[in-house]
Design a protein around this ligand. Structure first.
Ligand SMILES: Nc1ncnc2c1ncn2[C@@H]1O[C@H](COP(=O)(O)OP(=O)(O)O)[C@@H](O)[C@H]1O
Ligand SMILES: [Mg+2]
Length: 254
C-alpha cells in the first residue's frame, strides 16, 4: 500500500513531468488511488493537473520544511481523478533552508508516513537536478522511474543518477530500486533514436520499459488545458502509450 515512486532524471525537458501526470492519470483510470507530489519549484505538474499556482495555500514546500502536514497540502483539482500535493516557486527556498535542518534527507519520507496508506501509488515529480529535493524523493521512494529522451546526450548523466541511487540504497534506503527506464518523445523514423534505444536495452535489459512514449503533439497540448492527455484526447497515440505504460507498471509492481 502507498508505494512511492520518484520520477527523476537530472536532465531537463526529458518528459519527467509529462510522465508523472499521465502515468498518475492512467493508473487512476484503472481504479487505483493515486497521489502526485510536485517537487519541482517550476510547478509544471501542478499546473498540468489543473492547480492554479496563484491560489496554493499550503504547498510541498511547507510539507518538506515541516511547516504543515502532508494531508493539509493535498488537494483534488476540479474534475481530476487523483490527488495532488502542488507547489510553486516557494520551493526554491527549500534547497537552502534544508541545509540547516536535522534529518534533511528524510524530510519528505517522514512527512508522508501518515498519508501513505490512503493511496495505492504515490508519484513524485522531481526537479532537473540531483539536489536535496531529489535526494528527499529518493530517500522516500521504493522505486525510480527514469524518463529518457533517446538522443545523443541521453546516456550522459545517467551513470551519475544511477550512482546516486546506489549510494542512497546502500546508506539510507535499502528498498530503493530502479522500477524502469522509459523511452520518451520517441520518433521511430529517427536513426539515432533507434540506436540509443538499442544501447539502453543492451546495457539495462529488462529494466527498460517495453512501453515506448512516442512524440505526440496532444501530450504537449494537454498541460495548457490543465488536464492529463487521457481527458484531453483519449484516442491520441500519447494517451494510448501512457495507458499501456500504466498496465506494464502494474504488472511490474505486483
Ligand atoms: N511524448 C511527448 N511528445 C511531445 N511533447 C512532449 C512529450 N513529452 C513531453 N513533451 C513536451 O516536452 C516538454 C518537456 O517535457 P516535460 O515533461 O516538461 O519534461 P521535464 O519535466 O523532464 O522537464 C514539454 O513542453 C512537454 O509538453
Ligand atoms: Mg518537469
Amino acid at each position: 500500500m502507498g508505494n512511492i515512486f520518484a520520477v527523476t532524471n537530472q536532465k531537463g525537458g526529458v518528459g519527467k513531468t509529462t510522465t508523472t501526470v499521465n502515468l498518475a492519470a492512467s493508473l487512476a483510470e484503472s481504479g487505483k488511488k493515486v497521489l502526485l507530489i510536485d517537487l519541482d519549484p517550476q510547478g509544471n505538474a501542478s499546473t498540468g493537473c489543473g492547480v492554479d499556482k496563484a491560489t496554493i495555500e499550503i504547498s510541498s514546500y511547507d510539507v518538506i520544511m515541516a511547516k504543515a502536514k502532508a494531508a493539509d497540502a493535498i488537494v483534488r483539482p476540479e474534475g481530476a481523478t487523483f490527488d495532488v500535493m502542488p507547489t510553486n516557486s516557494d520551493l526554491t527556498a527549500a534547497e537552502v533552508e534544508l541545509l540547516d535542518v536535522n534529518l534533511r534527507e528524510h524530510r519528505l519520507r517522514l512527512a508522508l508516513e501518515s498519508s501513505r496508506e490512503k493511496y495505492d501509488y504515490i508519484f513524485i515529480d522531481c526537479p532537473p537536478s540531483l539536489s536535496m529535493l531529489t535526494i528527499n524523493a529518493l530517500v522516500a521512494a521504493k522505486g525510480v522511474v527514469i524518463p529518457i529522451q533517446c538522443e545523443y546526450y541521453a546516456l550522459e548523466g545517467l551513470s551519475s543518477l544511477l550512482k546516486t541511487i546506489e549510494r542512497i540504497k546502500q546508506r539510507t534506503n535499502p528498498a530503493l530500486e530502479v522500477t524502469g527506464l522509459l523511452r520518451t518523445m520517441f520518433d521511430a523514423r529517427n536513426n539515432l533514436a533507434n540506436q540509443v534505444s538499442r544501447q539502453l536495452i543492451t546495457h539495462f535489459e529488462k529494466k527498460v520499459f517495453h512501453s515506448i512514449i512516442p512524440r505526440n503533439v496532444r501530450l504537449a497540448e494537454a498541460p495548457s488545458h490543465g488536464i492529463p492527455v487521457i481527458n484531453y484526447d483519449r484516442s491520441s497515440r500519447g494517451s494510448i502509450a501512457y495507458m499501456a505504460l500504466a498496465s506494464e507498471f502494474m504488472r511490474r509492481e505486483k
